[in-house]
Design a protein. Structure first.
Lengths: 469, 131
């Protein structure tokens, strides 16, 4: 009877989790969705606490763990800057991975708690398969996420780390992992259990180091997916429906996000994973003007303010540079002043802008930009032709027309924001360095482009001052 | 055939039938049931897993791209439902190893549960309407 009750509670929790994701289809319903998720989690935890046969010492330990973990989690979530969100998510993924490893170990050392013993008192072979899969995916998620965190947080260079025979080594280690899993299933040897964990930790590390900083949106999504599959693997091991359903939901979600990010760069997931693409972002300097090109036209913030004040329609294109310079707040101030002058303002977001999916939207929302003014690529692209000004702040590759015309360009085929169709294009940039992909942007040299050199925040502040005059 | 004889025969038949049924049950239990018990739960779990993958696929495609960051926050929080497995290991496990690993997993997963939902809540609170 008690068992039926907890199964029912898990069912209710799974439905609530699905509703939590469903709520995210619109900003207005999203807050309710998040609440559904919290209620679902509460029900799942309570039902498990009331599980028959739980020892008093066990329950005390659980409550202690919940209190310690809960306080750390809440504290970090309240304090974190929104620009550091990608790091935080990567760090959280690593915790899920590590938790999966620990649960797999717990199930290995206490199989009787999960009823996975056969008649002879050994762990069933099927459960060993599921356990080793959950363990391996969890361990890869952990070490991979740690590397992603270090790269995103700037504690490690975002430049790809490549060496000769890297892919061969990874393939060999992958094959070895498979061999270890098979012999573990055959023997149930604890030593093999820990060898699998060790090898998977190493593999996760090796898989992520060759991937460059700006490819991190794909990596973060992919690790999100892995953390789901790890949870599902553990769910199969301990025969828990809620874990399986949730793992599948999260796994599917991360996979879709990875796909969307890859499409946003017109690269295959294999290409991203093999890595070695791009540098630390803007390291390969193009050397101002260069060759037979006409000189670029540099303008002052006052010029920009004057032109924008007299415009009717302005589209703002924010990129990672805006996030780095923390310019979103002053950018919104600029937009407010221009709106008072009767200018129509909208924002255009490229799918891979920022370091995680939807990063720019959160930063703009934090700066109190209403979400109705923020548009996706397909939605806004036809409007550039009617715009007087395209104001590009901290973005480069995602506006480069070479993606449409130059077949030899590494970014050929990538969907771009058609800023070149606007009457005037402003680029706020620190210098003439090329973007992440290491290619020149011919837009800089066009007669209707004006470069505003300097820190994104400072330049925007100067424009605001000029507008206030 | 008198009624008594008939009744006796019927009773004998009934006894035979019962013996047969008992035999059938023994056969079923020893041969069929273990196989079914081994295959069925796994197939059932696999079915549920695949169905959930489809549900996830369709629900996530409906998520507006503007909310992809909160989506990662929520999925991150709910993937920590792995805490359920950790709690069972801690509460039901008899060995110290199970308790230690369970406790570690409970603590790590709770960081995620509370952190994930809290940061998502913070993000979503910022998505406001015009004016």
């Amino acid at each position: 009877m008690a068992h039926t009750l907890s199964t029912l509670a898990y069912l209710v929790a799974s439905v609530l989790f699905i509703l939590a994701l469903r709520g995210l289809s619109h900003p207005e319903t999203s807050r309710k969705g998040n609440t559904f998720g919290m209620v679902g989690m509460g029900i799942a935890v309570l039902a498990t606490l009331l599980h028959p046969g739980m020892s008093f010492s066990g329950i005390s330990l659980i409550v202690l763990g919940l209190l310690i973990g809960g306080s750390i989690g809440t504290y970090v979530a309240q304090k974190i800057e929104m620009t550091s969100l990608p790091q935080l998510v990567a760090a959280f993924h690593s915790l899920v991975g590590m938790a999966a490893v620990a649960v797999a170990a717990a199930a290995f050392y206490a199989p009787e708690s999960f009823g996975i013993l056969d008649a002879r008192g050994h762990i069933k072979a099927g459960s060993l398969v599921e356990m080793s899969l959950g363990l391996a995916i969890g361990a890869i998620t952990f070490s991979g996420s740690v590397i992603a965190f270090l790269k995103l947080d700037g504690r490690m260079s975002g430049a790809p780390i490549t060496f000769k025979g890297q892919h061969l080594l990874n393939a060999a280690l992958g094959a070895l992992l498979l061999v270890l899993i098979i012999s573990f299933v055959a023997s149930g040897n604890p030593l093999l259990f820990w060898l699998i964990a060790l090898l998977a930790f190493g593999l996760g590390f090796l898989l992520i180091i060759p991937i460059g900083g700006a490819d991190m949106p794909v990596v973060v999504s992919m690790l999100n997916s892995y953390s789901g599959w790890a949870a599902a693997g553990i769910g199969f091991t301990v025969g828990n429906l809620l874990l399986i359903v949730t793992g599948a939901l999260v796994g599917a979600s991360g996979a879709i996000l990875s796909y969307i990010m890859c499409k946003g760069m017109n690269r295959s997931i294999i290409n991203v994973l093999l890595g070695g693409f791009g540098s630390d972002g803007g390291a390969a300097a193009a050397g101002g003007g260069g060759g037979d090109r006409p000189p670029v036209k540099a303008g002052s913030p006052e010029d920009a303010a004057y032109i924008m004040k007299n415009a009717q329609k302005i589209i703002i294109v924010p990129g990672y540079g805006m996030a780095v310079a923390q310019a979103q707040q002053v950018l919104r101030e600029m937009a407010e002043l221009l709106k008072k002058e009767g200018v129509d303002i909208s924002y255009a977001i490229h799918p891979v802008a920022g370091r995680m999916p939807g990063h720019m939207n959160v930063l703009l929302a934090e700066a109190n930009v209403p979400y109705e003014e923020v548009h996706e690529l397909e939605e806004i692209n036809p409007e550039f032709a009617e715009a007087d000004v395209a104001f590009v702040i901290g973005a480069n590759d995602v506006t480069n027309p070479a993606a449409k015309t130059d077949k030899s360009s590494p970014i050929y085929g990538m969907p771009i924001l058609d800023v070149e169709k606007a009457k005037t294009v402003f680029f706020i940039k620190r210098g003439m360095a090329s973007g992440y992909a290491g290619v020149d942007n011919e837009l800089f040299f066009r007669p209707n482009t004006m470069m505003l050199f300097g820190d994104a925040k400072k330049v925007t502040q100067q424009i605001v001052q000029a507008l206030q005059r | 055939m008198n009624p008594t004889e008939l009744a006796n025969r019927a009773a004998a038949l009934a006894q035979d039938a019962m013996a047969l049924a008992a035999q059938a049950r023994v056969v079923a239990e020893t041969h069929v049931a273990p196989a079914a018990a081994a295959a069925e739960p796994f197939l059932l779990l696999l079915t549920i897993f695949l169905m959930a993958c489809f549900v996830g696929y369709y629900v996530v495609w409906n998520v507006t791209p503007a909310l992809h960051s909160p989506l990662m926050g929520v999925t991150n929080a709910i993937s920590s439902v792995i805490v359920v497995g950790a709690m069972l290991a801690t509460g039901l496990g008899e060995s110290t190893a199970a308790k230690v690993f369970g406790f570690i997993a409970v603590t790590l997963a709770s960081v995620n549960i509370f952190g994930g939902f809290a940061v998502t809540r913070r993000m979503l609170a910022m998505f406001k309407k015009k004016g």
